[in-house]
Design a protein around this ligand. Structure first.
Ligand code: ZN
Length: 395
């Protein structure tokens, strides 16, 4: 049994406790969370830390398969160029891809991440995601704009899905890559699969202005980039609504939906989409947004409608590290009025709920085995994360 205490404990499921004591059994399961004033709080063998204790972090959006592209794509070039570079560079030797992904997993573990939603386009990283410290939900990503190829695309996606679920006994679901990279026919096929086997679904959303342009006016640099990759875009027509609302109206309403990035989501879309809650979990990846587009979503505006927010690191192709804490530090720097409690909740419990992994992870609730992180070198007086704030997993 371990008894851990710090300046504050942030359970995520309830308000922070000053000098609280977290009691865990030998397997790391939460037994109790107590007030320092209680009789139990006067017991001995308490390990006391300087900083705050928070549950293990949950990273709701990453692509381990792209870890080998770390530092290969220049920052600040915008999404259309980034997509072009990814398509040009992503093919590589399987051993190189797998080794880089393994390094990515170790980095996440060091940064206190205990659960993650990982996008897979191939089976290369499947063996890495089982039996490790991190619990994964794999999103098997499908895309294709040619309507008559929808059946073939879904067949390939289902093959990968069956492999990871049956051979690796691992939670997984199909997900469309983005509104601009799936045909209506393919989206319908994906929706049917999700309806038959309910599970969280994710997609890249409104990451660049060119996506807004493409859905509003049938034109723009994103469309021409897709054309240059060899896709026949002549028959592509805007569905007559924004990309986000088109996706939400075509995906099953009863499942968890994680739109990722949302960098350019207009207020009217946020307002309409918030009506789909509690199923919509807005996934924010500030590090990748700054890397690719040099911009991050306006969280203050988002907060007017929702705080169903989760945190993703995206891949090492578009970020310098795989650390939920670093993403929270970036958010706190740009939006200092957000409370630390909210940020911690986004990086822990909200992510666990979005991925359906909250039975075990996300909060210090009795019976869960959420991992424990010491977050230190923060500004405790003002309850702010700073550029020097660090994390150390204690379990
Ligand atoms: Zn992504």
């Amino acid at each position: 049994m371990r008894k851990l205490s710090a300046n504050y404990i942030f359970p995520a499921s309830s308000p922070p406790i000053k000098n609280g004591i977290l009691i865990l059994d030998n397997n790391g399961k939460v037994k109790d969370l107590i007030d320092p004033g209680s009789d139990a709080g006067k017991s001995e063998n308490i390990e006391v830390f300087n900083g705050i204790l928070v549950p293990g972090f949950v990273n709701t959006h990453t692509h381990l398969e792209l870890s080998h592209l770390k530092g290969k794509i220049p920052a600040g070039t915008g999404l259309p160029r980034f997509i072009h570079e990814i398509r040009r560079l992503r093919e590589n030797d399987e051993t190189i891809i797998r080794d880089a992904a393994a390094t990515g997993i170790s980095e996440m573990e060091r940064n206190g991440i205990v659960a993650a939603g990982d996008i897979s386009n191939t089976n290369i990283c499947f063996p890495l995601k089982v039996n490790g410290k991190i619990k994964f939900h794999t999103f098997v990503e499908v895309f294709g704009l040619i309507p008559k190829e929808a059946k073939e695309k879904i067949k390939n996606g289902l093959k990968l899905l069956t492999l990871i679920k049956e051979k690796f006994s691992h939670p997984a679901s199909l997900s469309p890559h983005a509104p601009y990279s799936v045909s209506r026919e393919l989206l319908t096929e994906i929706s049917t699969c999700i309806k038959n086997n309910p599970a969280p679904v994710t997609f890249h959303n409104q990451e660049c202005m060119e996506e807004i342009e493409m859905f509003s006016f049938n034109t723009g640099k994103l469309k021409s980039t897709l054309e240059k990759t060899g896709l026949d875009m002549t028959k592509w027509k805007s569905p007559g609504k924004s990309s986000l609302l088109w996706m939400l109206s075509n995906l099953p309403g009863e499942t968890k939906i994680l739109p990722v990035h949302n960098t350019y989501t207009p207020v009217k879309d946020i307002e309409t989409a918030s009506k789909y809650e509690p199923h919509v979990y807005w996934t924010i990846c500030p590090g990748a947004n700054l890397y690719i587009e040099k911009r991050i979503p306006d969280i203050y505006t988002l907060l007017l409608y929702t705080d169903n927010i989760t945190i993703g690191t995206d891949s090492l192709a578009s970020n310098h590290t795989l650390s939920v804490l670093n993403e929270l530090i970036t958010l706190h720097k740009h939006f200092p009025d957000i409370t630390l409690e909210k940020l911690i909740n986004w990086g822990t419990l909200n992510g666990a709920k979005a991925l359906n992994l909250d039975k075990e992870t996300g909060s210090f609730e009795t019976g869960k085995k959420p991992g424990v992180n010491l977050v230190y070198q923060l500004d405790l007086q003002n309850m702010k994360l700073t550029k020097d704030t660090k994390v150390k997993p204690l379990m």
